[in-house]
Write a protein of this length. Structure first.
Lengths: 329, 265, 524
């Protein structure tokens, strides 16, 4: 999570086998994630039935505990519990939240939209900032290049919470332009979006600038210039595509960074979303809700990386370099 | 890159390391001493960063917390890189089935993006300094592992390893004298970059109340304590946060600077 | 009339002057060549005509037709580029955008300078590709560069440069990195363009290539013009010592053992075995498949002590796979390699290991064959001690001197050395374990001609003083003829022809060999 890691370059295959392989991979990973979480949760010390009734301090009666065990299937042998769990998951049933006493699916459903909107707006803002920085650094000479480099590195290293606090101090407390908590409407979105977008823009900018510079220094760009292509033409027709490839490769990582950031940002700005739900579930040890959110995020991650691969295949149709050593001669 | 920025970053890091080793030299006071009459003082000459709800001097607490915060960052990075080294080497050097298995395992870990793996770990083992440090290490490991694996694969196919084979060097010699040093050498930058990020993530967990807890003089914990007073006493969160930023930005600038320097050479 | 006129041109980058005092003219329809080695400033000089040096340009005169290029506005320059001056940039294999179909690059020239609609542009691009000698132009136009061979890519690039019928075509190393027969085709194409009235400014390090097309040569060295004049005169009676050295360094048509540099030949050492009929390396019926592709099929040969066996072929001929089979880096699917009369390819790797010092290798890319963390001294100490030590020793100094390297370079890392020095380090490392045989895979292909001459002379010296046998693999007929006693001509993984080098060259039995020899460019 700390460092952006691009998705491994997929081996190129035909469209249909690729899709099947990809879908198989998604199903496998989801199954593995569900299994890992199921058994990991068993490592939690204490009686899950007690947790349902409010933890060890609740002093629940033996009858109540037995009732809960029967209700949640906790009295069955572990393999059977596991199969039941998988069966329920396959049917889309994520169980009931201990703390909210509501179906997990409903809780996630209420909160997902806000987080997605936040993440999407942040991604767009970050892309625009990153592109502007990269373009300026490649065209603005040595000084611009040095300044953008420092800007990108610094903003990529900024912790979300500190950025949020500083933005609140500046724009709400001091200037009074924007609300310190996320009120409904566009004004309430500005600070959360900026908080998430700035570090992401730093990462994307670094990656895009490097590939932009590579592309701009390459012989095919010289050839384009020698053909009479204008600077704008060189940028839009040639360099940008090359810069987009590694940035798109970072999409899966960016998704993770945005979700993690959402945990912090939604908490600070008191904004409903799955990030905040996840945090309170972790604090209250609301296991079904944690598992539910984790599974939904894993699904989202798989979706994003699959779309990334698809986009990559469209932009860069070259076959991936073969890894096996071949006779060169 | 920018040379002045890298020099400034190195100076800041040198200061932080000094503060971690000899906090008493910079801030002679007691970080835990309570002065109820002096609570919530704004930054002034006597208290450059102000005081907290118990009247403790925030500057003193930050300086004395440097050691703990840097240790958490370093330990988390060590855990992450250590795990990743095992996974990456197994995958990069092992037989095909092992590589296949490790890669699938990493893919599953990647499906817990960002803080998710750390949060899951904390749900199981409960909050605290140790668990949050391990959690951050665990969460960073898959990313490092993938980089190490691809680095191993690159070096493994490098012409200089073939040249060593042609000279009659044994597999052990090629592994120990050529492959490993080149893989590990390239990790240096990765680790530098990772320390800053680990500090940020660990302090994020502390801020969310899942890591170190007050009254410990740890940056994240101080932040967490100040959260309640954010609207009225901004200095309680701003300055500990500033030091986290300094540490993170410093290591990142230094790492990127080294990276660019080695690329240019 | 004079199309281009350059007087006292100087180009500098951030205070460092890389080109100065350059004068030349190009008449309409004439081919002028800028000749020089890497770093001579020839490419920068050519780019100055397009305003694309990236540095600061000064000149007493820099004129194209009726435009003063010194004061031309950026938009005026953009109108010149592509329309009046076509440019075929260096690196035939990378000068087309890898993400776009090649047809689009040609359409771009038309889009920028004409008012043609999209459909007309597409049709015209296909015509241009066909004109540049690309077969099935319509299909090719829709393909990306990686789907085309090197020769076709270069033709597509030329097609994009001549789309607007420019008066001047600048071609920067247009045949470098192409196979000999492909190279000949590209030169034919440029020749037909010249005959049709396009002036050409040809930039090349290869005197032989240049001498075929250019009527006028401008020889550059270290950013200056050292000599210029009619091509025939410069090649026949070079006046400047540099030009003389450059011409002397060309190995084409130079008998075996004739020196290419003025350094005297080494005397054969008395204590080393001399050239003889003993076979040190033999191969019989070698076959190697990669999947369904047969890379090497039925290759056999015998290499005598102190002799050189040349293997020549174009890319894809299987010559490098033969080298890898000989070095036991690949296992043959059939056939056997024997070393010093004993089994070699049939051994297991641990059995082979103790015999590995008997056979060494040098490669085209010397730099990537060195561990990047080691200094020259450490690399050589490691090779001398069999991997036991990396500490400096008097032997390392002696070894460095024997390949013409100054001992002071021992503390440097190879990437800071020149290409020639890197190859010398590689040679020193290869001879350190006192091998009987060196496998040389394109050892001089990426070197400048004068450096190539030094390395070839060094290899010649070492052969005599150490009694080495060489398996010498190259695509360059001039080099292979100069270096080898016997020759193998390979194509599609098979040996087409084999025999003593001179008899293969003077009486080629196979049509392909004849075509190969005919297409190799010659001086004069």
């Amino acid at each position: 999570m700390a460092l952006p890691v691009a998705a491994a370059p997929p081996v190129r295959r035909g469209p249909l086998p690729w899709l099947l392989l990809r879908l198989g991979g998604v199903v496998f990973v989801l199954w593995a994630v569900a299994t890992v979480t199921f058994f990991a949760i068993r490592l939690i010390p204490g009686d899950p039935a007690e947790a349902v009734l409010g933890g060890p301090g609740s002093q629940a009666s033996a009858a109540a505990l037995a009732q809960v065990r029967a209700d949640y299937g906790l009295d069955l042998p572990l393999p059977l519990q596991y199969l039941h769990y998988l069966g329920r998951l396959a049917a889309g049933d994520l169980g009931r939240s201990y703390s909210l006493r509501e179906p997990v699916g409903a809780v996630i459903g209420q909160n997902l939209g806000g987080t997605l909107l936040l993440a999407l707006l942040s991604l767009l803002t970050a892309a625009v900032i990153a592109l502007a920085l990269a373009a300026w650094s490649t065209r603005g000479g040595r000084w611009a290049s040095a300044v953008t480099w420092v800007l990108e590195v610094v903003s990529a290293a900024l912790p979300h919470f500190w950025l949020a606090i500083s933005l609140i101090l500046l724009f709400s407390t001091t200037l009074g332009w924007l609300p310190p908590v996320s009120v409904p409407g566009p004004a309430g979105l500005v600070l959360p979006v900026l908080t998430l977008a700035i570090p992401l823009a730093g990462f994307l900018g670094q990656v895009m600038r490097e590939s932009l510079l590579d592309a701009l220094g390459s012989p095919f760009v010289l050839a384009a210039r020698a053909r009479g292509e204008s600077e704008a033409g060189v940028f839009w027709r040639h360099a940008l595509r090359h810069a987009a490839i590694p940035a798109i490769g970072l999409a899966g990582w960016a998704f993770g960074a945005l979700i993690s950031g959402a945990v912090v940002v939604e908490t600070i700005f008191a904004r409903p979303g799955i990030g905040r739900s996840l945090l309170s579930a972790v604090q209250l040890r609301d296991v079904p809700l944690v598992i539910g959110v984790v599974l939904v995020v894993a699904l989202g991650y798989m979706l994003v990386t699959t779309l990334t691969d698809l986009a990559d295949r469209l932009i860069d149709p070259r076959p991936a370099p073969t890894t096996a050593h071949r006779g060169r001669s | 890159m920018s040379r002045p920025a890298v020099i400034v970053a190195a100076a800041v890091l040198a200061f932080l390391v000094f503060a971690a080793l000899f906090p008493g030299v910079i801030a002679p006071g007691d970080p835990l001493a309570i002065h109820p009459l002096d609570s919530f003082r704004a930054p002034s000459f006597a208290h450059p960063f102000g005081t907290d709800e118990s009247g403790r001097d925030i500057f003193t607490r930050i300086i004395h917390g440097t050691g703990a915060s840097l240790t958490i960052g370093l330990s988390a990075t060590a855990i992450g890189v250590g795990l990743a080294l095992i996974l990456g080497l197994l995958s990069g050097l092992g037989p095909r089935w092992l590589d296949f298995g490790t890669t699938r395992f990493l893919e599953v870990l990647f499906a817990f993006p960002g803080l998710l793996l750390a949060l899951l770990f904390i749900v199981i083992y409960g909050p605290g300094v140790v668990t949050s440090t391990i959690a951050v290490g665990l969460a960073t490991a898959p990313g490092y592992a993938r980089i190490i694996r691809s680095q191993v694969r690159v070096v493994r196919r490098a012409p200089y390893l073939e040249a060593a084979l042609v000279l009659g060097r044994s597999p052990a010699h090629r592994l120990v004298r050529h492959l490993l040093p080149n893989v590990v050498g390239s990790l240096f930058v990765l680790v530098t970059l990772g320390i800053g990020q680990s500090i940020v993530w660990a302090s994020s967990l502390s801020y969310l109340g899942l890591g170190a807890v007050p009254p410990a003089a740890e940056w994240g914990a101080m932040l967490s304590a100040g959260r309640t007073y954010l609207g009225s006493f901004w200095w309680m969160t701003f300055f500990p946060g500033l030091f986290i930023v300094l540490a993170a930005v410093g290591t990142t600038l230094l790492g990127r600077g080294i990276q660019q320097g080695t690329r240019l050479r | 009339m004079t199309l281009v006129s350059v007087r006292d041109l100087a180009v500098s980058f951030g205070g460092t002057t890389v080109v100065s005092g350059v004068d030349f003219d190009i008449e309409a329809g004439q081919c002028v060549a800028l000749v020089g080695e890497s770093g001579s400033g020839k490419s920068v000089t050519a780019r100055a005509l397009l305003g694309l040096t990236g540095g600061s340009v000064n000149a007493a005169e820099l004129r194209f037709h009726d435009t003063d290029l010194r004061s031309a506005s950026p938009s005026r320059l953009r109108r010149l580029r592509g329309r009046e001056i076509g440019f075929v940039s260096q690196g035939a294999l990378v000068a087309l955008d890898p993400l776009r179909p090649v047809g689009r690059e040609i359409e771009d020239s038309l889009r920028i300078h004409t008012r043609l609609g999209a459909a007309q542009r597409r049709a015209r691009a296909i015509e241009l590709l066909a004109e540049a000698g690309v077969p099935q132009a319509a299909e090719r136009a829709a393909q990306r560069p990686d789907e085309l061979s090197g020769g076709l890519r270069q033709r597509a690039l030329i097609a994009s440069a001549i789309a607007l019928r420019p008066r001047l075509l600048i071609a920067d190393e247009p045949t470098t990195a192409l196979d000999t027969t492909v190279q000949a085709g590209i030169l034919d194409l440029l020749e037909s363009l010249r005959d049709a009235g396009t002036a050409i400014l040809l930039i090349s390090h290869d005197l032989a290539v240049v001498s075929r097309l250019a009527s006028h040569l401008v020889v550059m060295s270290e950013g200056r013009v050292v000599e210029s004049g009619p091509a025939e005169r410069v090649l026949a009676e070079p006046r400047h010592p540099y030009t003389r050295r450059l011409i002397a360094a060309v190995p084409t048509d130079r008998p075996r053992f004739e020196r290419l540099t003025d350094r005297p030949a080494a005397a054969p050492a008395a204590d080393r075995p001399q050239a003889s009929r003993d076979v040190v390396l033999s191969a019989t019926g070698l076959r190697r498949e990669f999947g369904s592709r047969v890379a090497v099929d039925g290759v056999g040969f015998a290499l005598g002590r102190g002799k050189t066996l040349g293997i020549v072929g174009e890319s894809g001929s299987g010559k490098t796979t033969v080298a890898r089979l000989v070095l036991a880096l690949e296992r043959p699917d059939a056939g056997e390699v024997r070393l010093l009369g004993r089994p070699w390819s049939t051994l297991t790797e641990p059995q082979r290991r103790e015999r590995r010092p008997g056979i060494g290798a040098i490669y085209q890319d010397a730099l990537s064959s060195f561990d990047p963390r080691l200094t020259v001294g450490q690399i050589l100490a490691d090779a001398l001690s069999g991997g036991r030590s990396r500490r400096a020793s008097p032997e390392v100094v002696a070894l460095m001197e024997s390949v013409g390297l100054q001992a002071s370079l021992a503390s440097r890392r190879p990437r800071l050395l020149s290409g020639g020095q890197q190859q010398r380090v590689a040679i020193a490392r290869a001879i350190a374990p006192r091998p009987h045989i060196l496998v040389c895979d394109e050892p001089v292909s990426s070197l400048d001609v004068s450096v190539q001459a030094q390395v070839l002379d060094l290899l010649d010296d070492l052969q005599r003083s150490l009694g080495l046998s060489y398996l010498f693999i190259t695509h360059d007929l001039g080099v292979v003829r100069h270096m080898s006693d016997d020759l193998l001509v390979m194509r599609h993984g098979r040996v087409l022809e084999a025999g003593p080098t001179e008899s293969v060259f003077s009486r080629p039995r196979h049509d392909y060999t004849r075509a190969l020899i005919d297409s190799a460019p010659r001086l004069g």
